[in-house]
Design a protein around this ligand. Structure first.
Ligand code: FEO
Ligand code: CA
Ligand code: CA
Ligand code: CA
Length: 683
């Protein structure tokens, strides 16, 4: 059963029951261990995390960041060279997406990284930051970790002595690469020629390349930038104000953590994207144009400067997943824009794949970023239209405008508005592409051209309208989400047409409405709000299993977020059916669409349930399929803490489960899952 074996594996584990425990639950016969938590040192220059928020801001350039998210395992041979098969030594590259909640007006916050939360003074309705080092700590807990991990016996640990270890933060030097490099819209005080920037934020999902690099994706970056009242009148680029508004940066907006209020230095003022000086080289008016990209990092070279690959477009990039790689064909990446009503994209390289570049990447000294420039700086960006008859069309977006104001170019092209595109995954057995559409509400379905002006839209690719049983009534959106998939024409990743269907719908098993629980979910496999998505790696007996992770708020009265394993079938294996619902304005919506075959406990089964208030996001395995790395994001972030009173914490994980501390502060963490008999996971 080598790579590409067209036989799907069989699920063989006991389903985990839905639960609200403050711990990680996995099937009998499996063990989940703790590997890497918020604040853990990545080298020997800083002490262990104290557990009380006392660390300095600077120390976080040598510590795990917060909100662990997408990740990828890069193998290392016994002598420390790149290896596609090594399963006992490797490098984990992982995203640190976000901070815990912070109210920009009142300063109320849940930032457990500080001793008593963030310190603020409210001035004129703005929670002004009065301890600059707290902001430095937050800037440094964003970004990416690159850490070497080693298996000794049955146990995995972080090798703090490894020279591969590295933190990329929201302050790290980066090159602007591709069509927007040197463009006037990129000129800033930091880089008057528009060729460089600093930092990456809100790194959500990820991707990798066939030349051995990591892709980290900037998702909800727009909220990190303040914009002053009256700023619109100072904007001179054609269409600039429309673009700022389309991306969610209206004038008179505060920044997510008010970093720009912490001091006069550029390290704080670059989070204010207002026009202040005479020219773009005098201020940071254009810094907002330098975010929203796929960023390439070489995990095997800690001195390589990360590059923002602007040819892949600027939007709320969830992740970036490579299509099947074939010599002599373009390299293709699939991407989603996670915003209510936004789009699915793909990038097709101009350069054709040369297998020698994959071979070269297996040598330590290779300049992988130069290979990246060859395949990622020139090509065509497409946006998806899902037609009512089950066909689809990739619509090309042109040039610099398509790279900078991608959403506006896609609006003009006539793309299909989607229910928040999250992760994608490409089936290694078939080349079919899956993307989660996590959820949507009535407001998110509204658009120009809505039939009644107030009713929520539905269409064949986003067909359901119904209320969230947990939430407010009359939402009439898609609170539980679904998963779309497609097969490219001729099985060519660069094709401009495809066939699609709707693989799976989230729902409560208890739902009696057949327009809601369309997939027929039952107690052992019901879920809500699919987000993380991953196919098992090629080359082991679990190749072709699909893993689904949830980031949910609609079913959390019954269960914490979870991960399921699936044997997904193929496009067209289900039926054509009608979906009926009543939209928010009272209008009856009826659409006909194609759905995948019904779920059963043989083809979909719950594998893991997380701790309180966490999201399960980020997954990879070793090439042998015997070690699974999973990220547990933001346990306990919601319940407002009194920082010196552990009884008020929303979660005590992982300290309660792994470190003998029932009063611990909650920490985002990476866990390692192994089968007790040492076998391949899931089968
Ligand atoms: Fe960061 Fe769309 O999830
Ligand atoms: Ca996500
Ligand atoms: Ca999500
Ligand atoms: Ca999250």
């Amino acid at each position: 059963d080598g790579p590409g074996t067209p036989v799907a594996p069989t699920l063989a584990f006991t389903a985990v029951s839905k639960n609200l425990l403050d711990q990680i639950t996995v099937p009998a016969g499996y063990t989940a261990s703790l590997l890497y938590s918020l604040g853990d040192p990545i080298n020997n220059t800083v002490p262990n995390w104290a557990g009380d928020g006392s660390e300095t801001g600077a120390s976080y350039t040598s510590r795990a960041g917060d909100h662990h998210d997408g990740m990828y395992y890069f193998g290392l041979s016994g002598t420390g060279t790149p290896s596609l098969t090594a399963s006992e030594r490797g490098i984990l590259a992982m995203n640190h997406e976000a901070p815990n909640p912070f109210n920009t007006a009142t300063g109320v916050n849940n930032l457990y990284v500080h001793a008593s939360g963030a310190t603020t003074t409210v001035v004129g309705g703005v929670a002004t930051r009065t301890v600059p080092d707290e902001c430095i700590k937050e800037i440094n807990h964003h970004g990416v970790s690159v850490i070497e991990v080693n298996k000794t016996g049955a146990n995995w640990s972080v090798n703090r002595n490894s020279t591969f270890n590295r933190r990329v933060t929201a302050a790290t030097l980066m090159e602007i690469s591709g069509p927007l490099r040197g463009n006037a819209a990129m000129f800033t005080k930091f880089s008057p020629g528009g060729t460089q920037t600093q930092g990456t934020v809100n790194n959500c999902a990820n991707g990798h390349t066939p030349w051995g690099t990591y892709l980290t994706c900037e998702e909800n970056w727009v909220g990190y930038f303040a914009r002053a009242a009256g700023d619109n009148a100072k904007r001179t680029r054609a269409g600039e104000v429309a673009s700022l508004n389309r991306y969610g940066s209206p004038e008179n907006a505060l920044s997510r953590l008010n970093w720009n209020t912490a001091g006069a230095g550029d390290e704080f003022q670059r989070w204010d994207t207002s026009v202040k000086g005479a020219t773009a080289a005098d201020d940071f008016r254009n810094v907002i144009n330098q975010f929203g990209f796929v960023v390439e990092i070489d995990p095997y070279n800690p001195t390589a400067v990360p590059r923002k690959r602007t040819a892949l477009g600027r939007f709320a990039h969830e992740g970036c997943w490579p299509g099947p790689v074939v010599a002599g064909r373009p390299v293709v990446f699939y991407m989603g824009d996670d915003n209510r009503g936004d789009y699915i994209y793909k990038f097709v390289s101009t350069a054709l794949w040369d297998a020698a570049d994959g071979t070269a990447a297996q040598t330590l000294g290779t300049d992988r970023m130069a290979i990246g420039s060859k395949y990622m700086d020139a090509g065509t960006l497409y946006v998806a239209r899902f037609n009512a008859d089950g066909s689809g069309t990739w619509l090309p977006l042109a040039g610099v405008a398509g790279a900078l104001d991608t959403r506006i170019a896609a609006d003009t092209a006539g793309a299909t508005r989607m229910d928040r595109p999250e992760w994608g995954a490409v089936n290694p057995l078939t080349g079919e592409v899956y993307i989660t559409l996590t959820n949507n509400n009535a407001a998110g379905r509204l658009a120009t051209g809505t039939p009644t002006g107030t009713a929520a839209l539905s269409d064949p690719a986003n067909p359901r309208v119904y209320n969230d049983p947990k939430g407010a009534t009359a939402q009439r959106g898609n609170p539980n989400g679904h998963i779309i998939r497609w097969r490219e024409t001729g099985d060519l990743a660069a094709a401009t047409t495809f066939q699609w269907d709707l693989y799976l719908f989230g729902a409560r098993a208890a739902s009696v409405d057949t327009n809601v629980n369309i997939s027929g979910l039952v107690a052992d496999n019901d879920f809500s709000s699919p987000d993380g998505l991953w196919f098992g790696r090629q080359g082991n007996a679990a190749t072709g299993l699909l893993w689904i992770q949830t980031d949910d708020g609609a079913y959390t009265d019954v269960t914490n977020c979870m991960m399921l394993a699936a044997v997904p079938g193929t496009v067209g294996d289900g039926a054509t059916r009608t979906v009926t619902g009543t939209a928010a304005g009272g209008e009856t919506r009826v659409v006909t669409t194609k759905v995948g075959k019904a779920a059963t406990t043989s083809n979909l089964r719950r594998f893991l349930v997380g701790c309180k208030e966490c999201e399960i996001t980020g997954i990879d395995s070793t090439p042998d399929g015997k070690t699974l790395f999973v990220n547990i994001q933001h346990p306990g972030e919601e319940k407002q803490a009194t920082f010196n009173d552990p009884a008020t914490f929303g979660s005590h994980w992982p300290g309660n489960q792994y470190l003998g501390n029932a009063n611990a502060r909650p920490r985002s963490s990476t866990i390692v899952i192994t089968k007790n008999d040492g076998g391949v996971i899931g089968i």
